[in-house]
Design a protein around this ligand. Structure first.
Ligand code: PEP
Ligand code: MN
Length: 272
């Protein structure tokens, strides 16, 4: 049965080969496994520098960190803003890592793209169509997170907005969806990995940190993601997750856990 889809450029029918996004020699997609690690939020220069050092030493390729944070409540820490972009760019440069950071509004796309190698669209903004349209006008790679209540079709249509605008460099990120289960923060839908890879040619990245919300579940779900065929992982790690982290400490790995995870992953798939 031929299912008619509303998205086209994102579809495997349109583009049979895997999309491989090459960022300064780091290839994302195909057989490669890319590891993005770092804090939920950039806090200060020392914090992001030290975490960058640890991500690099463990074998990661991309430093993650939010300078603009989409917090559920208005009184929670909202991020350090443009200063954070600069801190991250400096740490990435110094330690030889690519950087990824979240952009929340169309107005900030250009400045975020000036400082970061990959722009992240958060789950709460997956259907912020003005933002998606703006991201279509540049060539900076975009990691598009699945809306926590979005279907695969809605997810791929969101990617289509960016592709249709003229930016072919999109990766899809499964970060957990909302279900009846409350033990975990979200339910990491690993079925999304093979489904999205069959429907689409775009790289699929898994985020077990937000997908589970619990540190002890991050390692097994990272391994499960790789076993399911994920093209990469994005993992929160902090040097002091239980005390000083400004957000998502309970789901952030300690540096030694992060390093051990990457050692184990090397056995499952070669890191790019
Ligand atoms: C994050 O990566 O820190 C984040 C806010 O992710 P999400 O949009 O998936 O909640
Ligand atoms: Mn987070």
């Amino acid at each position: 049965v031929k299912i008619s889809k509303s998205y086209k450029l994102a579809s495997r029918d349109f583009h049979p080969d895997d999309t491989i996004i090459d960022i300064k020699g780091v290839k994302i997609g195909g057989e490669n496994l890319v590891i993005m690690g770092g804090p939920c939020a950039v806090e200060n220069p020392e914090q992001i520098d030290e975490i960058a050092r640890l991500v690099k030493a463990a074998g990661g390729q991309v430093l993650r960190g939010g300078a603009f944070k989409p917090r559920t409540g208005p009184y929670s820490f909202q991020g350090v803003g443009v200063e954070g972009l600069k801190m991250m760019a400096e740490a990435g440069e110094k330690h030889g890592l690519l950087t990824i950071t979240e952009v929340m509004t169309p107005e900030y796309v250009d400045i975020c793209a000036e400082y970061a190698d990959i722009l992240q669209v958060g789950t709460r903004n997956m259907q912020n169509f003005d933002l998606l349209r703006k991201l279509g006008t540049i060539k900076t790679p975009v990691l598009l997170k699945r809306g926590f209540s979005s279907t695969y079709d809605e997810f791929l249509n969101a990617a289509e907005y960016i592709l249709a605008g003229g930016n072919p460099n999109v990766m899809l990120c499964e970060r957990g969806i909302r279900t009846f289960e409350t033990y975990t923060r979200n339910t990491l839908d690993l079925t999304a990995v093979p489904v999205l890879q069959s429907l689409s040619h775009l790289p699929v990245i898994s985020d077990p940190s937000h997908g589970t919300g619990r540190r002890e579940l991050v390692e097994p779900m990272c391994k499960a993601s790789v076993a399911a065929g994920a093209n990469g992982l994005i993992v929160e790690m902090h040097t002091d997750p239980d005390n000083s982290a400004t957000g998502d400490g309970v789901q952030s790995l300690f540096p030694d856990q992060f390093a051990n995870l990457l050692k184990d992953l090397e056995k499952l798939a070669p890191l790019v």
